[in-house]
Ligand binder design. Structure first.
Ligand code: ACO
Length: 355
C-alpha cells in the first residue's frame, strides 16, 4: 500500500538539475558532455578529475598545477599516524571516514579544500591499512595520482598496472545522483562544510547495495573451478531470491557501458582464464534468466584482483575517485542552493490519547 503512495527509493524522480553527468539516449555515461569510456581510454585521471570538478579539460599549465595539488609529497601528521597506531585493527572505510573527518586541513576556501581532501585520501587509506597490518606507512612517490595510489596500496611501482587502475578510477569518478552523491547534496544543501558533506557521502558509499558490492563479487568468482560452478551459483541465488552482487542498476537496465569497457580491458589482461569465463558465463545466465545486466562492480572486482590489488581496498579505491565527483556536486549544490527537505506521506495513527 505504502509503495503505491510514493515512488520508493525516489525511483525515476528528478530531484534537481545538474550539468556534471548524465546518461545519453544510447545509455552512455557522460561527464560534462564527454563519454566516460572515451575519457577512460584517452585521458589521464587528473585531466578527467579537472573536467568533472572544475568543468573543463585543462590546458598544460592547468594540468600541471592541478596534478601538483592532488599528488605532491604530502606526509600525514604525526598526530594522525599516532591515532592510527592506537586504533590498530580497523575497517578501512571507517578509517577513511574518521581520518578524513579529523584531518587538520590547511585550506579554508571550497575548491582548495576539496583538492586537499582528495589528495589525502590515498595516504589515509594506505597508512590505515598498513598500520592495521603491523607495517610502517609508506611515503608517497613522485608520479601521477594513479601511480601513487597503486604504489601506496601494493608497495610496488608498476606503470602498466597503474594505467589499468587509472582507467577504472576514471569510470568510478562520477554518476550524477547516485546514493552517496545524493547524501552529499543533502548535507551540502544545509551549507555545512565540504569535509562534513564528504563524510556523509563516504558513509553512504559503504553500504553493500552501493559501493560494497565489488569485494563480494571477487569472493564468489574466485571460488569457481568451472563455468558450470558459476552458473550453479547464480541459479541457486536466484532460486532463493537472493541478490547476486554485481548485478542490476537503477539507471542501466540493459547494459552498463562502464562494465563492458572494463570487461574488454580485463580480457586483454587475463584472456582465457577460468575466472574470466566464469564471469562471462554468469553474466550471460543472469541476463537470460532475469534480464539484469552486470554492473561496473562486477568486472571491477576481477580487474583489480588481476592487477594485484587486495580485495580490502576495492571499496576505498572507489572513494579515492568518487571524491572528485562529490566535490563537483558540493560546488554545484552550494552555487545555487535551496535546502533539500522533502515531505512524506504519513501512514501512522492520529489523535491518540496519551494514557
Ligand atoms: N540479483 C538478483 N536480483 C536482483 C538484483 C541482483 N543483483 N538486483 C535487482 N534484482 C531484482 C530485484 O530483486 C527485483 O526483482 P523483483 O522485481 O522480482 O522483485 C528487480 O530485480 C528490480 O530490482 P530493484 O532492487 O528494485 O532495483 P533497484 O534499482 O532498486 O536497485 C541495485 C539497484 C541496488 C543496484 C540492485 O540491483 C542491487 O541490489 N544489486 C546488487 C548490489 C550491487 O551490485 N551494487 C552495485 C551497484 S553499481 C555501483 O554502485 C558502482
Amino acid at each position: 500500500m505504502a509503495d503505491t503512495l510514493v515512488p520508493k527509493g525516489l525511483d525515476g524522480v528528478a530531484v534537481d538539475v545538474t550539468a556534471i553527468a548524465t546518461t545519453d539516449e544510447s545509455g552512455n555515461l557522460l561527464y560534462r558532455g564527454y563519454r566516460a569510456i572515451d575519457l577512460a581510454a584517452r585521458k589521464s585521471f587528473e585531466e578527467v578529475a579537472h573536467l568533472v570538478l572544475l568543468g573543463s579539460l585543462p590546458d598544460q599549465k592547468q594540468l600541471a598545477d592541478f596534478r601538483a595539488k592532488i599528488t605532491g609529497n604530502h606526509s600525514l601528521s604525526n598526530e594522525i599516524i599516532d591515532t592510527m597506531r592506537e586504533l590498530k585493527q580497523v575497517n578501512l572505510m571507517d578509517a577513511m571516514r574518521s581520518f578524513a573527518s579529523i584531518y587538520p586541513y590547511a585550506s579554508k576556501e571550497t575548491v582548495p579544500l576539496l583538492l586537499e581532501i582528495a589528495s589525502r585520501f590515498p595516504q589515509i587509506l594506505s597508512s590505515s591499512a598498513r598500520i592495521s597490518d603491523g607495517e610502517e606507512p609508506l611515503k608517497p612517490i613522485r608520479g601521477t595520482y594513479s601511480e601513487n595510489l597503486y604504489y601506496l596500496l601494493t608497495g610496488t611501482e608498476n606503470k602498466q598496472h597503474s594505467r589499468a587502475l587509472e582507467k577504472l578510477l576514471i569510470l568510478y569518478m562520477e554518476h550524477e545522483f547516485n546514493a552517496s552523491t545524493f547524501a552529499l547534496r543533502v548535507a551540502a544543501s544545509t551549507l555545512t562544510d565540504p569535509v562534513s558533506a564528504i563524510v556523509a557521502a563516504l558513509s553512504t558509499l559503504k553500504g553493500p547495495l552501493h559501493g560494497g558490492a565489488n569485494s563480494e563479487v571477487l569472493t564468489y568468482l574466485l571460488n569457481f573451478k568451472s563455468e558450470a560452478d558459476a552458473i550453479r551459483f547464480a541459479e541457486q541465488k536466484l532460486e532463493k531470491k537472493e541478490k547476486i552482487m554485481g548485478f542490476g542498476h537503477r539507471i542501466y537496465k540493459t547494459k552498463d557501458p562502464r562494465a563492458q569497457f572494463v570487461k574488454g580491458e580485463l580480457k586483454k589482461l587475463i584472456g582465457d582464464s577460468i575466472a574470466y569465463h566464469s564471469a562471462t558465463a554468469i553474466e550471460e545466465y543472469v541476463w537470460n534468466r532475469k534480464s539484469l545486466p552486470a554492473n561496473l562492480d562486477f568486472y571491477a572486482a576481477l580487474y583489480l584482483h588481476t592487477i594485484g590489488i587486495k580485495e580490502k581496498y576495492y571499496l576505498p579505491i572507489f572513494a579515492c575517485s568518487r571524491v572528485f565527483g562529490w566535490g563537483a556536486h558540493y560546488i554545484e549544490q552550494t552555487a545555487n542552493n535551496k535546502i533539500i527537505r522533502p515531505t512524506s506521506v504519513y501512514t501512522g495513527p492520529k489523535g491518540l490519547e496519551v494514557p
